[in-house]
Design a protein around this ligand. Structure first.
Ligand code: AMP
Length: 421
């Protein structure tokens, strides 16, 4: 009888989620390690927040009219009758954490980065998953457009560091509470005039939050939205000045970018700068990095009036275009023969590991040849044989599996050989 596969029994991973297998994990670790090193060079520190939060946090933060909140949240009632949500994004959590712990009163700069899974009930396709991973970066309390430019520069430095080429930076300004109402009115009027041609969802958005029409994925709606008024023509003096400065600072860094007036990003909270880094290599889901300012969220949550800007980068998308080559671990395979050899091998493995040498010892009953074959197959750098003679004399044969070179010695004598690269 053939064994039934887990997928057939209904035990497969849930649609839109995926396993990150040991063969893939090296790239993830390398991407994370590079992010950690780079972001810390810019003064950012890691913060970790819970995977689920009160639903209200995202309704108020991400925004009640955003697609994320209206359609995509994993929301459920817990056993205590509270409505909780698996975080669809990270920004509202960090804002909550700052207010809750009054991090703004600490002497450290409010610059944070974070890695972790996010959850959105979206239609799965290449580059779009229901559980995906983001690297997020947020900086608080910096109003100057110089920080907007520095953040974009840091995102670009990171992408260059992981070998992403062919990435384009798009920038826009979505205005603020002073100038956006007039723009929303103009947009609503334009949408009203084209009402019959827009999808039902866009007609609803036209009433609630016309800016969200730009998020529609339907081609006909997108074409109509192309002809709508442009936010850049409605900016107040302050927002126009901020946007001009951002572009000047990007020029100072020599960063190429394109102004994209339809770039409103899918979340409700953005003010002034929005930006995205896209890659032509990604296909339909071409956004690698998305970010912008959200100067009102902290005070809207009842916290201090502190402005903010940040970005999020999708790791699945990043890794599909990055060129990473994680170093292969060099490890020692300990071959053991008989009970005495096994006992000697166990003690040897322990002392080598304590000396920082990666060691693998396996306990299946295999002969010498089979164990050496296995060491090669697993990619061990060396094999060390612990047989009867070796145990008796205290001297072991160490074989370099790439060159075939053998050396014999006591464990102390072999240690420097194992440390050689
Ligand atoms: P957002 O939080 O929507 O601004 O998205 C920021 C980044 O997260 C995007 O640029 C993508 O790289 C990534 N991302 C967003 N949604 C998904 C998803 N459903 N699956 C995979 N990556 C995503």
């Amino acid at each position: 009888m053939s064994a039934e596969s887990p997928a057939k029994k209904g035990l497969a991973a849930i649609k839109g989620t995926h396993d990150i297998l040991p063969s893939e994990v090296g790239c993830w670790q390398q991407a994370e390690a590079l992010a950690r090193t780079l972001f810390e060079l810019y003064g950012y520190r890691e913060i970790r927040t819970p995977v689920f939060e009160a639903t209200e946090l995202f309704e108020r933060g991400t925004g009640e009219t955003s697609d994320v909140v209206t359609k995509e949240m994993y929301t459920f009632t817990d056993k205590g009758g509270r409505s909780v949500t698996l975080r669809p994004e990270y920004t509202p959590s960090v804002v909550r954490a700052i207010i809750e712990h009054r991090l703004d009163l600490q002497p450290e700069p409010l610059r944070f980065y974070y890695f972790g899974p996010m959850f959105r009930y979206d239609k799965p396709q290449k580059g779009r998953y229901r559980q995906f991973h983001q690297i997020d970066v947020e900086v608080f309390g910096e109003m100057d457009a110089a920080i907007d430019a520095e953040l974009i520069e840091m995102a670009q430095a990171y992408l260059a560091g992981v070998g992403v080429t062919e990435a384009e930076t798009l920038v826009n300004s979505v205005g603020c509470r002073t100038c956006r109402p007039a723009y929303s009115r103009a947009l609503r009027q334009a949408a009203e005039a084209k009402k019959d041609a827009l999808c039902e969802d866009c007609r609803r958005k036209a009433d609630l939050n016309p800016l969200r029409i730009f998020d529609c994925k339907i081609e006909a709606c997108r074409r109509i939205a192309d002809g709508f008024p442009r936010i850049l023509d409605f900016l107040c003096d302050e927002c126009r000045d901020h946007f001009a400065k951002l572009r000047a600072y990007l020029d100072l860094y020599g960063i190429p970018y394109r102004v994209e007036p339809k770039l409103v990003r899918g979340l409700d909270y953005y003010t002034k700068t929005t930006f995205e880094i896209v890659s032509g290599k990604l296909g339909a889901q071409n956004s690698l990095v998305g970010g912008g300012r959200y100067d009102d969220m902290m005070k809207d949550f009842g916290g201090p009036d502190i402005c903010a800007i940040g970005f999020a980068m999708g790791l699945e998308r990043l890794l599909s275009v990055a060129r990473l080559e994680p170093p292969r671990p060099r490890f020692l395979y300990i071959v053991t023969l008989g009970e005495d050899g096994k006992r000697a091998g166990m003690t040897l493995a322990r002392s080598f590991r304590r000396a920082g040498i990666e060691c693998l010892i396996e306990f299946k009953d295999r002969g010498l040849k089979a164990q050496l074959g296995r060491a090669s197959k697993l990619g061990a750098a060396w094999a060390l044989i612990a047989g009867e003679d070796e145990v008796r004399t205290g001297r072991f044969q160490l074989k370099d599996l790439a060159t075939g070179r053998q050396v014999a010695g006591t464990p102390d004598e072999l240690l420097p050989v194992l440390r050689e690269q």
